[in-house]
Design a protein around this ligand. Structure first.
Ligand SMILES: Nc1ncnc2c1ncn2[C@@H]1O[C@H](COP(=O)(O)OP(=O)(O)OP(=O)(O)O)[C@@H](O)[C@H]1O
Ligand SMILES: [Mg+2]
Length: 458
């Protein structure tokens, strides 16, 4: 298993954690500035009222200013009003005329500015908020600056922020907990499935029950179920195959036992001879069957010959294969011959497997063709690649059997020939392994059989 397997849960949690953290950060920053803005408004109003009251006491703008009057302003000693308020009256050049503070005119202050101007500043290490007003008196400009420390404002801002940030933080934590728990619950059916699969017996190929699983993993469960179904079919076919093979082997072995017992018991030379001949034939059948089973196993997907493909000359292979069967054909008075390309036709393949295939095809052709018949082996090139064919004018295969003769152990009864029904199954496996297409037709003129294998071009 790969080491960097990612847990879906931790992946989602990670993403969620980052987004919630960002959300919390942004809302805190936005909240902070909004709070400052809103907290300032009522305090600014009070500060302005104070400034107006100071202006009224000093009679600023009336032409009869009383600059030596000292108005009462909070000095920070009152518990209910911890901020200290100071005032300064200056002329238009910023020269101080009266007041208990030495508040400087704010830089942005304009001489002709009619309304009040609020500004932030600092005095003796403390943050301050100041309002500046302009009065004109007898053609002169007077400015009043009233400034206060901001402890009350700060306290209010801190209070509001605490009421925003802490609940938000708590909400974030609750959201995380809810999602974590939800994911755990949501993924529980998968965990159950995992346990179920782990605890299954090795031959238990029942479908997985994905009813409880989240919709997102249903396709995966369906795919696994599909695979299980196919496995089931393959296993059933394999079991059938083993049973059939055992059954097929039992017949020659049982015959061997009976005949060998007979040979041992009998004193008559002729009977002994007969039994030994039978033993010989049975052994041959047994050997052929075992060889066919081995050929099937070799050519199955994942078999031992899987990868030894080479470029080979199909013409030569067909000609030599035909030559090998000439004596058997002659014995039955059958005209066996090669007709087709004489030049090299190259295909990618496994020589032994292809010979096995050809042998089974020629063996069938000789077996199921009456004496005096004709068998033609041929190789030709086609637009798609190459074709190898074996054609006879024998009994032929009825259309309804043409699909099934390639199944293992399938035989058409009444041919009068012995066999186990594996020959064409081997042909089919070899063709499949070579990505070749297999075709079964009647021979030319509608009699007999023609089996062609079309090899792809490489
Ligand atoms: N050339 C042919 N002409 C007529 N019938 C054929 C031909 N080739 C195959 N068949 C039919 O198809 C069936 C299946 O053939 P297959 O080669 O698989 O098995 P088999 O010849 O019966 O046994 P074996 O395993 O010994 O080859 C045969 O029983 C036969 O009836
Ligand atoms: Mg056969």
């Amino acid at each position: 298993m790969k080491n960097n397997v990612r847990s879906l849960r931790s992946y989602l949690m990670q993403r969620l954690l980052i987004s919630l953290y960002l959300l919390w950060l942004v809302s805190t920053v936005v909240g902070y500035f909004a709070t400052i803005n809103y907290a300032n408004q009522p305090y600014d109003l009070v500060l302005l009222q104070r400034a107006n009251a100071v202006a009224a006491e000093l009679k600023l703008g009336s032409g009869h200013e009383e600059l030596d009057v000292v108005p009462f302003l909070p000095d920070g000693s009152d518990l209910g009003m911890p901020d200290r308020v100071v005032y300064t009256v200056t002329d238009s050049e910023g020269i101080k005329l009266a007041g208990n503070g030495n508040t400087l005119r704010p830089l942005s202050y304009r001489r002709d500015r009619p309304g009040p101007l609020f500004s932030n500043g600092e005095r003796e290490g403390q943050k301050t908020r100041m309002v500046s007003l302009t009065f004109s008196s007898n053609g002169k400009i007077l400015q009043l600056h009233v400034s206060e420390t901001t402890q009350q404002r700060q306290a209010l801002i801190r209070g509001i922020l605490a009421n925003i940030v802490i609940p938000e933080l708590l909400l974030t934590l609750i959201a995380l907990a809810v999602v974590w728990y939800g994911l755990k619950q949501g993924l529980r059916p998968l965990e159950q499935l995992r346990h179920e699969v782990l605890n299954r017996k090795r031959d238990d190929l029942r479908q997985l029950d994905g009813d409880e699983a989240p919709a997102e993993v249903r396709p995966l469960i369906d795919a696994v179920n599909d695979l299980l179904e196919r496995l089931k079919r393959v296993m059933a076919a394999q079991q059938r195959f083993v049973a059939d093979a055992a059954h097929q082997l039992r017949t020659p072995l049982a015959g061997l036992k009976t005949q060998s017992e007979l040979a041992l018991r009998s004193n008559e030379p002729q009977q002994k001879q007969h039994a030994i001949e039978y033993i010989h034939t049975s052994t041959e059948h047994g050997i052929r069957l075992v060889n066919q089973l081995l050929a099937l196993a070799r050519n199955e997907p994942g078999g031992q010959n899987a990868d030894n493909f080479t470029a080979l000359n199909l013409t030569k292979l067909a000609q030599e294969g035909t030559l090998h069967w000439l004596p058997m054909a002659q014995e039955k008075n059958i005209d066996l011959g090669y007709e087709g390309a004489s030049a090299t036709v190259t295909v990618q393949g496994d020589t032994n497997s292809l010979l096995e295939m050809l042998n089974n095809l020629i063996d069938n052709a000789i077996r199921y063709t009456a004496p005096g018949g004709l068998i033609t082996v041929g190789v030709s090139t086609t637009p798609q690649g190459a074709e190898l064919s074996v054609e006879d004018n024998g009994t032929g295969i009825e259309p309804q059997h043409r699909e099934r003769v390639f199944e293992r152990f399938y035989r058409i009864l009444g041919s009068g020939q012995s066999g186990s029904g594996l020959g064409l199954a081997i042909v089919a496996e070899v063709a499949k392994r070579h990505n070749a297409e297999l075709k079964l037709d009647a021979g030319s003129g509608g009699t007999g059989t023609r089996i062609s294998i079309f090899f792809p071009r490489h």
